[in-house]
Design a protein around this ligand. Structure first.
Ligand code: SAM
Length: 246
């Protein structure tokens, strides 16, 4: 069975959105991965189809109800229960390429998109959800975060990316460095020349230049990544949510 994503959202019409285009879209049509977006509201229990409530303890905004979310998660997991349930939230672990690789190597994921103030904490814990943030800023809903995570995972699935777009040397690869700069025709443009070594045809010299550029740009722009690269810390298993209550 191919890599499968089930997205739980109040706005299923936002999917596949951009994932229906380009390489991800072609992969979707060719069955290299599959995607289903489910309306959380279908699991509402009352005749008003309410999915949220006011926060206990007071305060602004609304919170998604645990019973409604739990039913939506249960239904999404029914066919393929061995997938992680991910809650996209600014309070989560920051998404990085190591986690993307680990998720892409698995069977897929169920992605819960919050809205309003977020989701009742009890269902996050009861379902052992993995909480993931796509950055230190606040979006109005989890849908764009889910699309981002899915795009990053899907391009790593076998057959989705062509050889030309290979992930082998790109930024955040095995060594944790940023990529070297790229140049194409014309060799001179607006008074700017392409670095000579790239026109030399000397493969070893080109590889050495690219390596040096990659290291310099990482040192300059991301001292945090450079420090990690230098210490070459081995990563523990990245996928771990809350221990499920039952
Ligand atoms: N009250 C929440 C807080 O302060 O942490 C923010 C809620 S936000 C307005 C609504 C929803 O957007 C969240 O439940 C989450 O699903 C999604 N969201 C917002 N920012 C996100 C981020 N950086 N990464 C992932 N999801 C995010």
């Amino acid at each position: 069975m191919s890599w499968r994503a089930d997205v739980l959202t109040l706005f299923p019409e936002m999917f596949p959105g951009p994932l229906g285009l380009s390489l991800a879209g072609r992969g979707l049509r060719e069955g290299l991965w599959s995607l289903a977006a489910h309306d959380i509201r279908e699991h509402a229990k009352d005749r008003h189809r309410s999915v949220d409530g006011t926060p206990f303890g007071g305060g602004a905004g609304m919170v998604l109800r645990p019973d409604v979310v739990d039913a939506a998660v249960g239904a999404a997991l029914a066919e393929m229960p061995d997938r992680p349930v991910i809650y996209l939230t600014p309070r989560g672990r920051l998404l990085d390429q190591a986690l993307v690789r680990e998720l892409a190597a698995g069977p897929g994921a169920v992605l819960l998109c919050g809205r309003y103030e977020g989701v009742d904490q009890r269902v996050i814990e009861a379902r052992g959800m993995l909480e993931i943030s796509i950055g230190d800023y606040v979006l109005s809903g989890g849908e764009l975060a889910a699309l981002t995570l899915l795009d990053a995972c899907v391009r790593l699935l076998p057959g989705v990316m062509g050889a030309a777009e290979s992930a082998a040397e790109e930024s955040h690869g095995a060594e944790g460095l940023l990529e070297y700069p790229h140049y194409t025709r014309p060799a001179e443009w607006a008074g700017r020349a392409v670095p000579e070594v790239l026109l030399s045809g000397h493969h070893a010299a080109i590889a050495a230049w690219r390596r040096a550029e990659s290291e310099n740009i990482t040192k300059e722009r991301r001292p945090d990544l450079w420090a990690r690269h230098e210490t070459q810390r081995g990563g523990a298993g990245a996928i771990a949510g809350h221990p499920a209550a039952a």
